[in-house]
Design a protein. Structure first.
Lengths: 457, 89
């Protein structure tokens, strides 16, 4: 048995090396391959190390899973990546919980330590499962993307948490009583739903990151159940990864982690509706022809893409405009806010898909000094992340959120469909600034028209 | 025995924080789907759990195995699909 454990160590090392290679786009693909090899080694070793396995069953499970997994992986649109990751989190979490449950049913002589880890694994895994499906539903649109709020929400969550603790204690006392065990599964699933359902669509990046972390914690807990280092190490890696991303997303929205976990995210949003549209802003609306003339005179252009860009499927149109501008000797960069898109790094993937070179994609800290000497900032379907109110207006719901300093550019050209407010439900004072120009219309149509006008100049 | 495995867990968390903070924001989505695939390591547990006697245990094992395989296969494949798109001109 010890002999085989060495291979689990090798698998763990390959996971670590794989993630290490993700530190640069050049080596990232190799990193993913290395991690996949680690997984293959772990699977083969497990198949060989454990004698009396039901191989027929294993083949059935692996074949069905591979077909479904491959189908998802090949079919998914890049805009749908958040849903995909959400549902995969759910599968991972539930797999961990199911393994722990199977181990529990095997019963025999289980130590208190093992029972405790089984309880944690089932709790976290089931919560990840139900929470992920709600998140998936919200992103896919069959569950309302709006925060769903019901009375005494926090109280209900607190009661559920206490019931869970009591159930856990009872299971440790009398592991034979199956009703406690079923209770644990049901309440964990309910808690996953009640914790996820009050969170609005725009806050999904936080939720997905957090669920990602949970799926890792569930795997690690299962590792404790089975006393398997490969599960513990990979679970810890994923747990850490999800937590770091959660933290980055929270910072990007200026919210604390506690604020997110306890579901206050959605409630905050509701209060913002009341003070929306209070301030009237006077805007200047330009045609694409007029905008083209501004671009023609510019030397440095920074594109600020928001999720609206992806919704309009305008990534390729952006690249075409950018390529034209570059051919005229102008510099084009892209400013990516941490919460642009529906999951961490989502916008980068969407732009990479449109063949935009990754070294032109700049994150917030990197790009902000660049706006000072930028001639045109082109804001496409982004709103809250460029709202200067975040800097000074303490009453604004987005106050304190780090923003892209587009207003420092000589000219800001903002494309929007209509004058509707952003996700935070507030009017953007940027639109009324002296150096701001609005160009209304669908992002894709606008960009294609702009390209035509640029070529005709 | 228990303390050894807890040590491994804690050290792995530290390693995780070290290497993951070095992943640039550009690659955060592939990081997420890739680490997601890694959390499919529960597949190892799922394989082991199929040797449990009793019908319920078997079905749990089969379901766990199917879910974990979806996670592993789909996760690594879609990550590769994404990373293929990151090019430099």
């Amino acid at each position: 048995m010890n002999y085989f454990n060495i291979f689990y160590v090798i698998a763990s090392i390959l996971f670590i090396l794989g993630i290490k290679n993700l530190s640069h786009p050049k080596t990232a693909r190799r990193g993913n391959f290395i991690a996949a090899m680690g997984m293959l080694i772990a699977i083969i070793v497990t198949l060989l190390a454990y004698g009396q396995l039901d191989y027929k069953l294993i083949i059935i499970g692996i074949v069905i899973g591979s077909i479904i997994g491959t189908f998802f992986a090949l079919k998914v649109e890049m805009t749908q990546m958040p849903q995909m990751v959400a549902i995969f989190n759910g599968f991972g979490g539930s797999a961990s919980a199911l393994v722990a449950a199977a181990e529990f049913l095997k019963s025999g002589d289980i130590s208190t330590f093992t029972i405790s880890t089984i309880i944690i694994s089932i709790f976290v895994g089931t919560l990840t499962f139900s929470g992920s499906f709600i998140a998936f539903g919200k992103l896919q649109g069959f569950v309302s993307g709006q925060p769903i709020i019901f009375p005494a929400q926090q109280l209900i969550n607190a009661v559920l948490a206490i019931v869970l603790l009591v159930l856990g204690y009872l299971i440790i006392l009398s592991p034979i009583e199956m009703n406690y065990f079923y209770g644990l599964i049901i309440i964990s699933a309910v808690l996953g739903i009640t914790l996820t359902i009050p969170i609005g669509g725009a806050d999904m990046p936080v939720v997905i990151s957090l669920l990602n972390s949970y799926s890792g914690i569930a795997a690690a807990a299962t590792g404790f159940v089975l006393m398997n280092n490969a599960l513990i190490i990979s679970g810890a890696l994923v747990g850490a990864s999800g937590l770091i991303l959660t933290n980055i997303m929270c910072k990007g929205m200026n919210r604390s982690l506690a604020n997110v976990i306890f579901g206050a995210v959605g409630i905050e949003q509701e209060t913002t509706d009341s003070d929306s549209n209070q301030k009237q802003v006077l805007i200047k609306s330009y045609s694409t022809e007029e905008a083209a003339m501004i671009f023609d005179a510019a030397e440095k252009v920074i594109v600020v893409p928001g999720y609206g860009l992806a919704v309009a499927q305008a990534q390729h149109a952006v690249r075409e405009v950018a390529e034209f501008l570059e051919s005229k000797g102008k510099e084009v960069l892209y400013a990516i806010h941490p919460v642009a898109g529906r999951m961490p790094g989502h916008m980068n993937v969407l732009l990479a898909e449109a063949n935009i070179s990754y070294d032109q994609l700049k994150d917030l800290d990197e790009i902000n000094p660049d706006f000072e000497d930028c001639d045109v900032a082109l804001v496409l379907g982004a709103n809250d992340v460029v709202n200067p109110a975040a800097r000074h207006d303490t009453s604004s719901p987005i106050y304190g959120m780090p923003i892209l300093d587009v207003d420092k550019s000589r000219t800001v050209i903002i494309n929007k469909r209509t004058m509707n407010t952003g996700f935070a439900g507030i009017q953007n004072e940027l639109f009324g600034f002296d150096n701001s120009i609005m160009v209304f219309g669908d992002a894709k149509d606008m960009l294609q028209q702009l390209l035509k006008d640029l070529k005709e100049l | 025995m228990d303390i050894n495995i807890i040590t491994v867990f804690i050290l792995a968390i530290f390693v995780g924080f070290e290497i993951i903070t070095k992943v640039p924001p550009t690659l955060h989505t592939p990081l997420m789907s890739g680490s997601n695939a890694i959390s499919g390591i529960a597949i190892v547990g799922a394989i082991i759990s199929t040797n449990i006697n009793g019908e319920l245990g078997t079905y749990l094992g089969l379901t766990a195995l199917t879910f974990a395989t979806i996670n592993v296969v789909g996760g690594f494949m879609v990550t590769d699909r994404m990373l293929k798109m990151f090019k430099r001109k």
